[in-house]
Design a protein around this ligand. Sequence first.
Ligand code: UDP
Ligand code: MG
Length: 312
Amino acid sequence: MKKTLYIVVPCYNEEECLNETTKRLSKKLDNLVEANVIDKKSRIVYVDDGSKDKTWEKIESFGGPVIGVKLSRNRGHQNALLAGLMYAKEHADVVISMDADLQDDIDAIDKMLDKFADGYEIVYGVRSERKNDTTFKRNTALAFYKLMNKLGAEVVYNSADYRLMSKRALEELAEYKEVNLFLRGLVPLIGLKSTKVEYPRAERFAGESKYPLKKMVKFAWDGITSFSIKPIRMILWLGVIIFFISLVITLYALIMKLLGNVVSGWTFIICSIWILGGLQMISLGLVGEYIGKIYAESKHRPRYTIEKIIGE
Ligand code: UDP
Ligand code: MG
């Protein structure tokens, strides 16, 4: 049986891009239906993330394979994307998410569907080159992927939110109930059979990036603090290091006192400052460890995902 494909596209003030995006995506769907790769029930889902321009009017006017989902206000790219994915999973067998600005190469959809036919549940779109991004954006993005991985969150290097997910993978994603969404970190946690498809990243078709530096920093910060308690652990280690330094300083202060060339009271004050400082930081780190545990618990993430059971 042919599979139904839904393409989910979050849109925030994208009126300049949508005509072209719809034209190209509809054509892609038609070709795929004609080639018998997907079912003709396949659709494009635009999620209007509380746009302030004519984006919604545009979406309403398209008809054809276009479905519009309107959020009541701007909730950010990740939330809009999740809304679209959760809607699509009720109707489709396989869902591809992409941006509205045509930066993601539409032709990679064919390769993704090939992989899906081979039995992969998740296919990540990975940028093979980013020469169209500004040097600043490219370097900060790459540094961010490295940092994330160092801090313990598994993100697929150089992949954003252009990916294919099967209905099965989306159902598993729905089990992650956290509010601070960082889908790029969550999807790899699901596991299941996954692979990558490379594509060149194009320039934004029209309009400006909806991710100014402020949003980018917030996004990166959300990513780190939602996936890692390593920063807290660093406080603990800093405390331990300072405590050891304080022992050396105490020794030094005592020797100075014995040699007699210090002002009275100096030894006591110096020792107190260092020892207490170290102990305080250790305590802070310890309390932090517990907060980290509470944080992890409060997310109610699934503890495991069963891939298959045999011999039943
Ligand atoms: N977007 C959104 N809500 C927002 C910001 C962005 O839905 O608050 C959408 C935007 O319309 C686009 C996608 O997220 O489809 C990626 O945004 P953009 O292309 O501006 O990011 P960049 O490619 O510059 O990182
Ligand atoms: Mg873009």
